[in-house]
Write a protein that binds this ligand. Sequence first.
Ligand SMILES: CC(C)(COP(=O)(O)OP(=O)(O)OC[C@H]1O[C@@H](n2cnc3c(N)ncnc32)[C@H](O)[C@@H]1OP(=O)(O)O)[C@@H](O)C(=O)NCCC(=O)NCCS
Length: 191
Amino acid sequence: MEQLLYKPAALSHTILTELMIPAYANFGGKIHGGIILSLMDKVAYVCAAKHAETYCVTASIDAVDFLQSVEVGDLVSLKASVNYVGRSSMVVGIRVESENLKKKTCKHTNTSYFTMVAKGDDDKPIQVPGLILETEEEIRRFMEAIKRKALKQGVQQEAKHIKTSITLQEAVQLVANERCKISSAFVPDNQ
Ligand SMILES: CC(C)(COP(=O)(O)OP(=O)(O)OC[C@H]1O[C@@H](n2cnc3c(N)ncnc32)[C@H](O)[C@@H]1OP(=O)(O)O)[C@@H](O)C(=O)NCCC(=O)NCCS
């Protein structure tokens, strides 16, 4: 079947729901962050592969802030949609919610953005269909993804000017107001 040139974002919306079993918990009784990250990667893959209709890989993950803890027995739902497409890359936005069915409460625990890249049979990135934006929310998400991309590129450009190779004297001055101490074994007596 021939690949469509453009596809509605709604066609690849994906929801993954999983029960938080005791095996997912850490010593504190809360669910491991790694379990949530793994589920996020899974739902990002399904969403991207549905849009691209081919194998995809995770190229990068934006910051993941754990806003609230997840408890054993909670039902975690991960809602994913393609927010932006480049040539071969897709930004998948994921919202994670944790529901306690007994208490009838639902909390937002994370939101993050995964950049997925579609690959061809030769393992090289291949073009994916463009995105048809059908709601104001989809337009907002697309614009926000462009903004995040520009911010990331700006930060990378700025970081190029930051010197990482410095002398011991410079290091001592730079960390003077930080909460660290350079071991006295390295600092000359007159510092
Ligand atoms: C990510 C990967 C596909 C990039 O391949 P590449 O040969 O460097 O390809 P390109 O430079 O042509 O980039 C392809 C696309 O990926 C995007 N991309 C590459 N690295 C990226 C990164 N770190 N963050 C976000 N996007 C990235 C590029 O912007 C480009 O997007 P576009 O086609 O929409 O313009 C490749 O490095 C890879 O396969 N990495 C391993 C992925 C993996 O194993 N993930 C974990 C398991 S799934």
